[in-house]
Each structure stands twice: as C-alpha cells, then as structure tokens.
Ligand binder design. Structure first.
Ligand SMILES: Nc1ncnc2c1ncn2[C@@H]1O[C@H](COP(=O)(O)OP(=O)(O)OP(=O)(O)O)[C@@H](O)[C@H]1O
Ligand SMILES: [Mg+2]
Length: 385
C-alpha cells in the first residue's frame, strides 16, 4: 500500500471519509499504528474517538446487516482465525471478501458522537489482563473493523455488516468468560448491542428431556440474552449424542435465532480446543456462521504468578517475599504435574482465596493485629500444597 503511516486513528478516519483508503486498507493502517505503539503496554491502541465535529455524527443504532446473511455469502467473509502458534496475525484476516453496497439508511445526522470514556475504561480493563497478547490485538481489529464499517455506512459508502459470532477455544481458567464480558460491554458502547450483558449457559440450560422441551429451553435462554451475548460453555457437548440427541435441536434453534435476531444477539461458543475443532468439523454449516475464532492459550508460570499478584492487589492484600516465592513453587509443581491446563487462572484464584482464609484464621488466633498485618499474606498462609 503506497499510503504513508497516518498520525493517528483520527487521520485514518479522515482518509476513509475522503475515499482515499478503503475499509480493509484502513484496518491495515490501524493495525500498523497499533504495532508502532505495541512496545509500550500502557499506551492504549488507536482509539477511534473523534472530537466533536470531526464526523457529522455517530449513530448509536445497531449496525444493520444486509439481507443475505447466509454463511456462504461473501458478506459474511470477515474472518479472523488466529492460532497462537501460527504466523503473526494481520488485519488482512478481517478483510471483507467483497465490498457490495450495504442497503439500509445511513446514520442519523446530529446524533451524539460515541462517548469515548466508557470505551477507554473497557480498553484499560482489557489491557490489565495478564498475557493474551494475540487476543487483545484481535479485539482491537474487530473493534476497528466494526467501527469503520459503521462510519462508512453513515457516509453512505459501501460497508460490510460485521458478523460477530465467535468461537472461543481454550482450557478452563484461560479467561474466556472474562474476555466475553469485556466484548459484550464494548459492543454496547459501540451501539452494536443494546444491553451488553452476558448470559452464560451450558448444555443443561439448553437441552430438555422430552420432545419440544429443548426448543422451549433454548428459546428462553436466547430471550434472556437478547441485546447482549449468549455464551455457550462446552458447546461441543450439544453434539454429544449424535443425530437423535436433543442437543442437535438446540443447535438448530440457536442458528435460527442468530438469523432472526441478527441485530440484537451475539453468540459465542466456547470449549476445549480439540473438542471445538471436532464439533465444527462435524457441523460444517456452523463454521461460516462463526467467523471470529479466538484461541486462549494456557498461561505460563510467569503469567500465573502475575495473575496471582494482580488478584491479591485487587483485593487489597499483598504477598510477602516468602509468600510470593512459595506461591511460585506451588504453581511450578502444579504445572509439572500437568494441573495447569485444568486450572490456569482459576487455580490461581483458588490458591489466593485459600491463602486469604488462612490469614484470617491466623490473625484471629493471635488476637492482635495491625493494619499491615491485615494486608500481608505470609508464606505460611500459602500452605504447602
Ligand atoms: N489474563 C488474566 N489476567 C488476570 N486475571 C485473569 C486472566 N484470565 C483469567 N483471569 C481470572 O481467572 C478467573 C477465571 O477466568 P475465566 O472465568 O474468565 O476463565 P474461563 O476460561 O471462562 O474458565 P472456565 O472454562 O473454567 O469457565 C477469573 O477470576 C478471571 O478474572
Ligand atoms: Mg468460563
């Protein structure tokens, strides 16, 4: 691309507005801007936060999808498959397959621009998560893509309706629910979802025991999730019993709801990597309906320790140097025993919470304690697991 690197995200928007760059090129530029800043973890990625008057107004209306929503359509071509071990992801993966005109009215002129403050808080929360570098970057790209499409639509330019249903693959405790919650709020602030809440369900919430029961149960959960995100944990278990199992019916009801409520529902299917891969292989129609795939890798020892320190800080406690060393030893031993993959950050949370309870018992039994004592977790509070 023979376009120089823009100053900031606002300049990219200006170029889009003037028709100097296409949406895919804009994504590429935003991604390059992000890379330039990536060395500084405290610097938020380019936020599309135009000042007053830099765009004629920003609609808070949900992004209207085109009439052809079927998975095979080029309209749904915004794919963002990322593998943690794969090549470095670029904005190209989010590139729309075709730029057809996107029917529907443009933005409502004069509407208030998006208030950037809640979004900034969301970015801060996302950045504060330990590790997850690829996921953070992908989320910025999804954000940029959806935002640019929304603004292009307001400018009556050809725009892609973003399809935002997702597959999350990863072991327990790798941050899937946490990231889904952040995404739900982000989409609300962008005007894509009206409520931005998360409804977390599993097979038992969706599948019934007799004919008709499953459709009813699944529809109930969909209704609860409208305006937000329906997060289906261990989604592969819906395909467990084969053709005769009611899980299949639940999938059909879900897919239909994704069509019927395309403006008001985002569905995230989550589960173990291999199980989810098998699930998608055996349900090929599903894959194209879920164009965004996120891989949640297991945390390293360093990341687990950093997560523990963050959890301790958030609860207004502190680890003594001895406590920190013991925590590291415990986590290292657990990882060696292969328990890391079954617990990850959840394992850390259990350890921290147990230490807090042990400290309470220790303090109560001594009878006298200072403010510092109330804060400090000692080596013995960690136990010797
Ligand atoms: N990267 C992270 N940084 C800080 N805390 C994290 C991180 N990932 C997860 N946690 C914390 O670990 C706990 C478990 O995370 P979460 O529930 O999001 O995992 P999950 O992948 O949904 O697990 P499960 O499959 O068991 O539901 C939460 O308390 C969350 O805040
Ligand atoms: Mg979870």
């Amino acid at each position: 691309m023979a376009v120089p690197l823009p100053r900031d995200a606002d300049e990219v928007l200006e170029w889009v507005r003037q028709g100097m760059v296409s949406a895919p090129e804009a994504l590429e530029l935003l991604s390059r801007l992000h890379e330039r800043r990536a060395g500084d973890p405290m610097t938020p990625a380019p936020l599309l936060t135009p000042g007053p008057g830099s765009l004629p107004g920003t609609s808070s209306r949900p992004v209207a999808p085109g009439p052809d929503h079927a998975g095979t359509s080029p309209r749904t071509g915004a794919t963002a498959v990322r593998r943690s071990t794969g090549p470095r992801h670029t904005a190209a993966a989010l590139r729309p397959a075709a730029a057809e005109p996107w029917p529907g009215p443009g933005g409502v002129p004069g509407e208030r621009a998006v208030d950037a403050r809640p979004l900034e808080a969301i970015w801060r929360e996302l950045d504060s998560l330990v590790g997850l570098r690829d996921i953070k970057e992908l989320i910025r790209e999804i954000y940029a893509f959806a935002e640019i499409q929304k603004r292009r639509q307001q400018e009556h330019l050809a725009a892609e309706p973003p399809v935002l249903h997702m597959i999350f693959r990863g072991n327990p405790g790798t941050g899937k629910t946490t990231v889904a919650r952040i995404l739900a709020r982000m989409f609300k602030e962008m005007g894509i979802l009206s409520k931005g809440h998360l409804v977390e369900v599993e097979r038992a919430d969706l599948v019934g025991e007799y004919i008709g029961h499953t459709a009813q149960k699944t529809r109930e959960q969909i209704k609860r999730a409208l305006g937000g995100v329906l997060f289906v944990d261990e989604a592969y278990s819906l395909a467990r019993g084969g053709e005769k199992d009611f899980g299949k019916e639940s999938i059909d009801v879900l897919v239909k709801a994704m069509e019927d409520h395309r403006d008001s529902l985002i569905v995230i299917l989550a589960g173990y990597r291999h199980e989810m891969d098998h699930f998608l292989r055996t349900n090929p129609g599903l894959r194209s309906r879920f164009p965004i795939h996120m891989d949640f890798p297991d945390y390293s020892l360093e990341e687990l320790v950093a997560i523990a320190e963050q959890m301790v800080r958030q609860r207004q406690y502190a680890l003594s140097p001895g406590a920190r060393a013991r925590l590291e030893r415990i986590l290292a031993a657990r990882l060696q025993r292969g328990e890391g993959a079954t617990g990850n950050a959840r394992l850390v949370r259990n350890l921290v919470e147990k230490a807090i309870r042990r400290q309470a018992v220790r303090l109560i039994s001594t009878g006298r304690f200072s403010r510092d004592d109330l804060v400090l977790l000692s080596e013995q509070d960690l136990g010797d697991e």
